[in-house]
Design a protein around this ligand. Structure first.
Ligand code: OAD
Length: 283
């Protein structure tokens, strides 16, 4: 049976899937229909900031309309009961926070979609309240197929995203500018080719360096990025338990002590209840 002294939870897009937020690489994932190189890189932003903002505004709107699911709730409950706890999420949505996971026990390693930051200086802000973009979303941004973002059927054979009735004036107006230095503001997320945020990385490292974990859960991620596997393995050290929650096999699977091929909203409440009951019986 497991102790609940030190826990690390690593999550990815699959945890928010049951809240209606698309994953990236799955069957209905964003990267199936859209090209990351045109939406999630510094080069894409330099080339067409309007298109990038349009995509992020759509995603913000979708997240605002979503609710945390049973997986987010279970992780928040685990944070309350573990002696030491850290959640590292790759998700830029705010569903873990809205489920009650405390900020001081959570690292958003790929940033926060509701932060708007300057592309040049250090100015940034986050909408208070329930997420939200600071400016009214562009009219075309709310409805996925009314703007320039087009999914597979309209995708050109060369893999680029089809552009339709773009209105440059309207789009320029919708791109926020920095009130300190007038450069373009950008979403506060990590794009391909960018460094992970140093402070957040430091928080993960500090937690790992402070001692091994009894229990590590990796849920809803393809673990595409090497650091996810690295953190999970360093955390369990020689005798921790590593549980993977994912309906599909991933590169992490072969290292897992237990592989739960179930949706996170089914598996996580059960795991957390078992852990919490066990801990209560030991007190
Ligand atoms: P992916 O879209 O790569 O993977 C989602 C994973 O969730 C897949 O392995 C699915 O099998 C699994 N999954 C789907 N539904 C699930 C459910 N209901 N319960 C549990 N698991 C489920 O998303 P991430 O691994 O989070 O980065 O992607 C990592 C990063 O790649 C993202 O943060 C984003 C993306 O490009 C950046 O934008 C920098």
């Amino acid at each position: 049976m497991h102790r609940l002294n030190r826990i690390l939870v690593l999550t990815g897009a699959g945890v928010s899937a049951e809240s209606g937020i698309p994953t990236f690489r799955g069957k209905d994932g964003y990267w199936r229909n859209l090209d990351p190189a045109k939406l999630a890189t510094p080069e894409a932003f330099a080339k067409d900031p309007g298109l990038v903002w349009e995509w992020y505004r759509e995603r913000r709107q979708r997240i605002r309309n979503a609710q945390p699911n049973a997986a987010h709730n279970a992780i928040a409950k685990l944070a309350q009961h573990a002696q030491e706890f850290l959640l590292v999420t790759q998700n830029v949505d705010d569903l873990h926070a809205r489920a009650g996971s405390p900020k001081q026990k959570m690292v958003q390693i790929h940033g926060d979609i509701f932060v708007t930051r300057c592309s040049r200086c250090d100015f940034q802000f986050r909408d208070t309240g329930r997420g939200g973009s600071p400016e009214p979303p562009a009219p075309s941004a709310i409805y996925p197929h009314s703007g320039r973002l087009r999914a597979c059927p309209e995708r050109k054979s060369n893999g680029s995203i089809a552009t339709t009735s773009a209105q440059p004036d309207q789009e320029q107006k919708d791109i926020p500018k920095c009130s300190k230095c007038s450069a373009l503001m950008r979403p506060g997320v990590v794009w391909f080719g960018e460094q992970l945020p140093w402070d957040e990385l430091r928080r993960v490292e500090n937690y790992l360096e402070a001692g091994p974990c009894d229990f590590v859960i990796v849920a809803g991620t393809t673990a595409t990025f090497g650091y996810i596997i690295d953190w999970a393995l360093r955390a369990i050290a020689s005798d921790g338990t590593l549980v993977e929650v994912n309906p599909e096999e991933t590169p992490l699977s072969r290292f897992a002590t237990q592989r739960l091929r179930e949706p996170a909203a089914i598996a996580l409440p059960r795991i957390v209840d078992e852990l919490v009951i066990y801990r209560s019986s030991k007190l």
